[in-house]
Write a protein that binds this ligand. Sequence first.
Ligand code: G3D
Length: 179
Amino acid sequence: MGFLLSKMLAVFGDQEHKVIIVGLDNAGKTTILYQFLTKEAVHTTPTIGSNVEEITVSKTHFLVWDIGGQESLRASWYSYYCNTEIVILVVDSTDRERLTLTKDELHQMLSHEDLQKASVLILANKQDMKGSMTPKEISKCLTLDNITSHSWHVQPCCALTGEGLPASLDWMKSRVVAN
Ligand code: G3D
């Protein structure tokens, strides 16, 4: 597809943008996806596959692939990378012990050639919980300042209430329009 045509389709909203949602097990991926789907401002079509949902945010269509986070499944994350425009990395902000593991997974992911053009949204989830790490602490531990090859953004949120999630959708939309 020509560059101009794809740009026009992006602006006028007929293009689907592939998003993958990753993170360790228990981070809150499923809860976040559920919140995306039930928000009044967000309309969705029925599930396309067992782990794919379409989310439409004011005429921008995101096809969101929810990829399992257990260790056995992380090895196959790469098979979902092709054509991905946005990676949503969900972090359990209370899980200090496994943040280094998340960091390693993130940097390994971003070195994959199929993700060279992807933008990264880090959702610092479970902000409602006592002792949760701040977005600043999470950014530092994930060494986000070292990532200059990809556009990234950290959004604090609470998947149980949905707080912070509309802002994350706005950022996703701004990225696909920018590209
Ligand atoms: P996953 O899909 O990444 O594995 P889930 O994670 O969405 O299944 O969530 C794992 C657990 O964390 C769930 O609790 C869920 O309710 C909880 N959770 C998700 N987001 C938040 C949040 O923002 N705040 C709090 N306090 N809990 C959250 P259960 O008890 O069902 O295992």
